[in-house]
Design a protein around this ligand. Sequence first.
Ligand SMILES: [Zn+2]
Length: 467
Amino acid sequence: MTKKNKAKTIGELKKAGYQPVPIRAEMRRNLIDMIRKKKNIFPGIIGFDDTVIPQVINAIISGQDIIFLGERGQAKSRIMRLLINLLDEEVPVIKGCEINDDPFAPICRWCRDKLAEEGDATEISWLPREERYGEKLATPDISIADLIGDVDPIKVAEGRYLSDELTMYYGLIPRTNRGIFCINELPDLTDRLQVGLFNLMEERDVQIRGYRIRLPLDVFLVASANPEDYTNRGRIITPLKDRYGAQVRTHYPTNIEDEISIVEMERRQFSGDEFESYVPRYMKEIIAEVTHLARKSSDINQRSGVSVRTSIANYETVLSNAIRRAATLGEKLAVPRISDLPYIQSSTTGKIELESFEETREDKLIDDLIKKAVLQVFNRYYQVDELEDIVAQFSGGFSVEVSDTMSAKSYMRNVKEMIGLTDVVKTVVDSERPEAIAAAVEFVLEGLHLNKRLNKTRHEGKIIYRR
Ligand SMILES: [Zn+2]
């Protein structure tokens, strides 16, 4: 149906031959169509092509409700919101209905009264797909009224099977009727609410204030949970667990490549800066590696996980420190260096949970992660044995000073003095610009230090590499 001649009444809708479709059938039909047309079903989701996405697709083709199990920051919310793309662009609803009633089969009293009175002249409106999606973070203080709805006890006191007589206040789920509703952190819902949810999904009725209310909603339910919470006995009632057709386990990027791609897509960018900035490939790898190492660390609580947001924030931090330096020194190009890395303390600390409660160890832990990450990345680019000519030049008292506040020009002196250094840094930098070369010099020196070829000392805010 084109926008121009869209039906405005139930009569016109009938004439146009409109056939209402249940939500699961609608999503399934559109999904299969997208697969056939080779469309990107989950744009911006990186690293799930062979794991999460096929499972989600199968669940939708099966018409199964989905629960995503995963630690924080694994794109669960993003996938849920992308499900909107599987809905028709718009669907007809009875105009003014609070629960998006199907014009041909309304379930609320208000609509049925209206239909009885106005018949085919009953007005309809078209609901865009963005408005057919709802989500809620489960917390222990959410009530049945919030999620499902409430009734006026005086009005229902006469008993009987109630919904006909009811003036019901509708909660979030009924208001997403004929749409997708997502509950984040499902295990945090109270048992009573979990029972209510189960009844709504399975029996299509629900107990409110002791009254049994029929509510035949058509909602695609999605939930998310931390695997630990979900598996723990008692956190989630068994019938509700059984009701979810598909459990899909999410995960962190399995390789550095994917981690970097996500960071580059997600990082905050500002337009109109007077600086050019350039983040060398090895610096990106170091940032991603810090996060990957943190995910393997036994000192860090792996049940709560280490989100990709850690990499994103750390990337932003080192780049910001480079911009701060460029602004201070009047340089035009901002390039992060190794000596910018200690600043990621501030963007890492809040995103990891330590296994023990000794706060003081956190700094040291992050410092160790940085060292390990630099070493691993350095050894991917260089064989230390091939750098012995550089190391040899440090014998006899030669030393190099670096710091995050020093100008790129002052590094260039070392490049000129040290034979072969220009060629060595070419491995990791293809720019002639001093800011980029300075950063590469520091990477080489730190790599030699971490491979135990150079000593590193600190003096008045400067770092000195010597033998
Ligand atoms: Zn209605």
